[in-house]
Structure formats: structure tokens, C-alpha cells
Design a protein around this ligand. Structure first.
Ligand code: ADP
Ligand code: MG
Length: 315
């Protein structure tokens, strides 16, 4: 079904390389002006998905619509409405930063009368003024990534694809990149990004899809995904095994005798946590340490992709 209200709409997308199935029937729907994160480990199929959505790679079956246009039929028109910043920067190291942006504008067939203005605007916008006349090859990773995004925005795309935009960046450059992405989304650009970082998806994305071995194993807002795992618990540590057993008899939960800890499920609600602790205090059970654990996207990811289980078995 065509969905003209979506910036991206993918149904039952399959892609194989020889006998290897890389995308095994994925569905995606991305609302215009939103930030969508495709989250997955190395080899999950993220770049393959991005390359298909950006017309760089053909697919075997399924339907793909980008900016309201079906692929592969409308590949040319789609290319005029999108931009891609790849996992590896598409920068010419010998040219200066400014020359790189100008070249991108020329390649995008911007009218020559508008090129100078657009180049100046982007250099300023991405805080590249102080490095504009330096060879791009001498720029730091974070600055090069900003230059790369500036170049991909010359033609004001409706949908911007970012394949692992912060992989390999230092923490400060990562924060700057997040800011850039938020600003673009606030201006109405639809951002489709891939990431291996759960925190990044949590902080940036309106919706997240978890890709594992070519299948979407979960999709939703970061909060919806966190609600999928019953990760919330109160962790209590004791100094002796009798204390641990006493506490478990009072509160239930799961004990780990090797660490003398007890995990009691809770939604983290203050009255509930207070009631648990009061029950121990009333029986004078000494607690060495306690802490509250809220589910994170990490829990979701590990639970859904089975990595947690694999880890357990390999230990
Ligand atoms: N051109 C290709 N030929 C054969 N296999 C490929 C090709 N491109 C990617 N793959 C395989 O597809 C899987 C997914 O790759 P990719 O989409 O790059 O994953 P990700 O970007 O999530 O790390 C990997 O197992 C990879 O080896
Ligand atoms: Mg990749």
C-alpha cells in the first residue's frame, strides 16, 4: 500500500547476496520531520538498508517508498530529494573544506548564482569557518564528519540518511553531532540514522527499530522499547547468607548466593521501594548496600537480540 504521508515506507524488504540473506523481510515507516534510528550490531544489515533506501543498491523483493516515491522506478527523483552521509566520509582530502562544499554544490547542480551563498551559509552553519581554507585531509574526525554533513545538505534534502554518524568520534564531537541532528530535525528534515549505540538512539530518535540478523526484532519509541523488558528491580546486598535468605523469604525475588545479592522486581515507585525496605527494617535484617535498577535500551537490545543468552553460554 502506498503511504504518501510517510517520509519512508518499506514493506517486506528482502535482500540477498548470493546465498546469504542479509535483509529477511523488513518493514519500516518513518514520519516526516522525525528522527528514526536503525539500531543494530556490526553486520546486522544497517548499511545494506541505507544503500537500498538511497538507491545505491537494488533489492530482491518488497516495496520501498522514499519521499513518497517508489523505488526502483523513481530512483532519479528520489535522489533529488535525499542526501546521504556514509559510514566513511566522502571528502576529498586534497581540497580545502570550502572547496569540498563547493564541489558538492556543483555536483548537485545548484544554479551557479546561488552556489557562493549556499557554500558560505553551510560553512557558517556547521562552524567550519576557522578550518574552511585548510586541506580536508588535515581535519579531525569530528570536524570531517561535520564537513561531510554540510556537503550532503547543499541541495536541502527532505530526507537525510546518516550511516553511523558518530562511530569513532570522541565524546565531545559526538555531542556536537547530536546537536546538529536535532537542529536539522527541528527544521523539518527527516533523519534516518543507523547506530550501534543504544544511548544515541535513546537520546536522539523519536522511534527506534532494532535490526538483528536482517530482521526487525522490535520497533517503537525509546520508552515503548524499554517497557518491553521487565528490567526494573531493587538490588540488595547482604553480608551473610542467612541474612540473604531471610530477606528473600520476606520479599521474594531472585537470590544470587555467590554475590549475596537479592533482586526484587519493582517499577521504581517510591511507596513500593519504601515498603520493601521497611519490611527488612522491621525484621532488623542488615542490608549492606542497595540500589535501584531501571531498564535501559541496553536491556532491550540484549534481550531482543539474544546477545545476553549467547554471552551467558560462552562464559
Ligand atoms: N556486497 C556484499 N556481498 C556480500 N555480502 C555482503 C555485501 N555487503 C554486505 N554483506 C554482508 O551483509 C551483512 C550485513 O552487512 P551491513 O549491511 O554492512 O551491516 P552493518 O552495516 O549493520 O554492519 C554482513 O554479513 C555483510 O558481510
Ligand atoms: Mg554499516
Amino acid at each position: 500500500m502506498s503511504d504518501r504521508f510517510a517520509a519512508l515506507h518499506v514493506q517486506a524488504l528482502r535482500k540477498t547476496f548470493g546465498s546469504t540473506t542479509v535483509l529477511d523481510g523488513i518493514d519500516l515507516r518513518v514520519a516526516p520531520g522525525s528522527v528514526f534510528a536503525l539500531l543494530g550490531a556490526n553486520g546486522a544489515g544497517k548499511s545494506t538498508t541505507v544503500r537500498i533506501l538511497t538507491t545505491l543498491l537494488p533489492f530482491d523483493s518488497g516495496t520501498v517508498e522514499v519521499a513518497g516515491l517508489a523505488l526502483p522506478a523513481h530512483a532519479r527523483s528520489v535522489r533529488q530529494r535525499i542526501a546521504l552521509t556514509g559510514q566513511y566520509a566522502a571528502i576529498d582530502d586534497v581540497l580545502t573544506a570550502r572547496e569540498n562544499v563547493r564541489l558538492a554544490a556543483q555536483l548537485a547542480h545548484l544554479p551557479s548564482s546561488t552556489i557562493n551563498g549556499r557554500v558560505r551559509e553551510l560553512i557558517e552553519r556547521f562552524d567550519l569557518g576557522h578550518v574552511a581554507d585548510r586541506r580536508a585531509g588535515t581535519l579531525s574526525g569530528g570536524t570531517a564528519r561535520r564537513l561531510d554533513i554540510a556537503m550532503s545538505l547543499v541541495a536541502s534534502p527532505q530526507v537525510l540518511f546518516l550511516d553511523e554518524p558518530t562511530t569513532g568520534l570522541d565524546p565531545r564531537s559526538r555531542l556536537i553531532m547530536w546537536e546538529v541532528i536535532r537542529e536539522l530535525a527541528a527544521e523539518g528534515v527527516t533523519v534516518f540514522l543507523t547506530t550501534q549505540y543504544l544511548e544515541e538512539a535513546d537520546r536522539l530518535a523519536d522511534r527506534v527499530a532494532v535490526l538483528d540478523s536482517g530482521r526487525i526484532v522490535a520497533e517503537g519509541t525509546p520508552d515503548e522499547l524499554k517497557a518491553l523488558v521487565p528490567g526494573g528491580h531493587l538490588e540488595l546486598r547482604f553480608t551473610t547468607e542467612p541474612d540473604l535468605d531471610h530477606a528473600a523469604a520476606l520479599l521474594g525475588g531472585e537470590t544470587d548466593p555467590s554475590t549475596l545479592t537479592l533482586e526484587v522486581p519493582t517499577d521504581g515507585d517510591l511507596p513500593h521501594v519504601a515498603a520493601l525496605l521497611t519490611r527488612l527494617a522491621d525484621d532488623a535484617v542488615p542490608v549492606e548496600k542497595f540500589g535501584l535498577h531501571s531498564p535501559t535500551l541496553d536491556d532491550v537490545f540484549l534481550t531482543l537480540t539474544g546477545t545476553a543468552n549467547r554471552k551467558k553460554f560462552s562464559q
